[in-house]
Design a protein around this ligand. Structure first.
Ligand code: TNX
Length: 573
């Protein structure tokens, strides 16, 4: 008996000592208190408002998965061990209080997001505890007061280059929720594949969906509209907003494969890279696509891309019809036409009551500041960020360095891009944006948050996707949530190391920066030796084949040179 008591005592005290309030991202305030709260299968979860029942059920399920407990959800508040409380005192979105006392746990906030995040913090504490001999879980008493630094804590997944599918996306959304990330930017269209069903233009999915970065003849893979609704609802349950990206006028190769009548033409290495700005029907076609897309995403935000049009825009100068439009509208150069195109499509999005999101190229287009969010990605062009802020756009920071998760994350890794030898280790992710953004910009309220982008040219397998995401996603979470004065990399690393257990339990193949050989790099393709950018972004065997079959521009059309625009201009004068 004595022995048993002693073991129980040692178990509990050992547990208390090991307890370090391991929550990622680090909350604003965590105060340790005397005593522990213990609970087992008989504990119940109560809600003070029926709108919280769904959250209680989510928590119940997660505890079940993590610890095999099946806690009952009850509306009999007074008897519940864990109370979820919606309060009347206004708090900012996502803020919460979590109180663990020896008698009781309370998670409260004035908004549902806040209660959800309080539950996530509690779940993290529970996950790292082991169950005692008596089947009890012990939590050290504490008080947590928390609120996020940024309202936009995003992750982008490119499913055009490689398609991962519903189950993987759901798993990703689970982890996003676990790290309090709240915006899922879904890159659904690009050169290699169109991944969203559009009822009015079915070939976008069935033909445009064929192929991927590593196999241009792979069978069509895409999300049906039902799939999309399912994912959007799944994300909403986790307080994650889903934003689709329909990239235009560039990166349109897959769409042009399906409907070649809307292609903006080809130049060497950039087959059918853009939509055709001279064809009035193109605008209607894209407006139809936008309309169907908009109806699927309740967030009313559409990312229109707008990046790297320069790669394919040269083809516009080779087309007489395009040249005529330029003259008619008195455009000096193709860039003006690009801006015209983008503005027109942005207006279409606005007319549907939705916000336009775009890569930083769009900073040069005069889009209305209150209806536009700019994604600053070109870290080598800080002027773009500066200009965007000057023009009063809200900005999401997602610079290639350090927030592109397709980039290599350690010196020893061989697959994935670097920028002049610089790679994106978790430390640089963690320390962003504080160490590399000028203070006047850092403190600008127009910066609404951060986002990491997972481009997938070099990522085909789920295993490699995990390897590229974990644990950088944890660094991203803390960079997006935790107040700068509370960030402490060493303390973060300790919490991170301890939390690897959760990755192990979930079967995640993560990179361990503290022990690089723990999980060797997963390489889906043989490392590419200096492949020119043009080939990486735009080459596509399918489009080349269809081009050869005569579906592309004719030789004669291609001969119309840059000079044609000037010639027509001159004639007019
Ligand atoms: C640039 S970011 C791109 C993507 C590529 C990525 C590779 C952006 C707006 N365009 O198309 O996949 O680099 O790192």
């Amino acid at each position: 008996m004595k022995f048993k008591l002693l073991t129980a005592f040692l178990l509990i005290s050992g547990f208390v000592m090991a307890q370090s309030f391991n929550i990622i991202p680090q909350p604003k305030l965590v105060n340790g208190k005397e005593g522990q709260f213990s609970f087992n299968n008989h504990a119940t979860i109560g809600v003070n408002d029926t709108s919280l029942t769904e959250l209680a059920l989510y928590f119940q399920k997660e505890i079940g998965k993590a610890k095999g407990l099946s806690l009952a959800v009850t509306d009999n508040k007074s008897k519940a061990a864990i109370d979820l409380v919606l309060t009347n005192t206004a708090q900012s979105t996502g803020s919460y209080n979590l109180i663990i006392s020896p008698e009781h746990i309370t998670v409260s906030s004035s908004n549902k997001e806040g209660v959800f995040y309080g539950l996530i913090s509690l779940l993290q504490l529970i996950k790292l505890d082991s169950i005692g001999d008596n089947g009890n879980i012990y939590l050290q008493a504490c008080e947590v007061t928390d609120s996020p630094r940024y309202q936009w804590r995003g992750l982008m997944l490119d499913e055009s280059r490689h398609f991962f599918g519903k189950e993987k996306v759901k798993q990703l959304l689970d982890w996003m929720a676990y790290y309090k990330l709240n915006k899922f930017h879904w890159h659904l269209t690009d050169v290699q594949g169109w991944r969203i069903e559009i009822k009015k233009y079915p070939k976008l999915a069935t033909i445009g969906g064929m192929g991927n970065y590593s196999d241009t003849s792979a069978k069509a893979k895409y999300y049906t509209q039902d799939d999309i609704r399912e994912i959007v609802a799944y994300a909403a349950n986790r307080f994650i907003t889903v934003i689709p990206e329909i990239d235009m006028p560039g990166h349109a190769t897959a769409a042009n494969r399906a409907y070649p009548e809307f292609t903006g033409g080809s130049v060497a290495n950039y087959q059918n890279f853009t939509f055709n700005p001279a064809n009035e029907n193109t605008y209607q076609y894209l407006a139809d696509i936008i309309k169907e897309t908009n109806a699927l995403f309740p967030a009313h935000m559409i990312h229109l891309g707008g990046d790297e049009v320069a790669f394919g825009i040269k083809a516009w100068s080779l087309d007489t019809a395009i040249a005529h439009v330029m003259v008619k509208r008195n455009f000096e150069g193709v860039n003006e036409l690009e801006r015209y195109f983008f503005k027109r499509m942005a207006d279409t999005v606005s007319s549907l009551g939705s916000k336009v999101l775009a890569w930083d190229e769009a900073t040069g287009t005069d889009l209305p500041a209150d209806k536009t969010i700019i994604f600053w990605w070109r870290q080598n062009l800080p002027g773009q960020l500066h200009l965007a802020l000057q023009k009063k756009y809200q900005v999401v920071l997602c610079p290639r360095l350090p927030l592109y998760f397709d980039f290599v994350q350690d010196t020893g890794h061989v697959s994935g891009p670097k920028w002049n030898g610089v790679f994106n280790g978790i430390s640089s992710v963690y320390n962003f944006p504080d160490t590399q953004t000028p203070p006047e910009e850092l403190n600008n309220k127009l910066i609404i948050g951060l986002q990491a982008n997972v481009w997938t040219e070099s990522i085909e397998s789920e295993k490699r996707l995990d390897f590229m995401l974990f644990p950088r996603i944890a660094g991203l979470a803390e960079a997006g949530w935790t107040a700068p004065e509370l960030k402490n990399e060493q303390a973060f690393n300790e919490r991170l190391k301890a939390s690897f257990k959760n990755y192990d339990n979930a079967g995640i193949y993560y990179y361990n920066p503290f022990d690089p050989s723990f999980h060797p790099e997963v390489v889906d393709f043989a490392p590419r030796i200096k492949i020119p950018k043009v080939q990486r972004y735009a080459s596509n065997r399918i489009s080349k084949r269809s081009h050869a079959k005569g579906r592309g521009r004719s030789k004669k059309q291609q001969k119309v040179s840059y000079a044609s625009v000037e010639r027509i201009h001159k004639k007019r004068k």
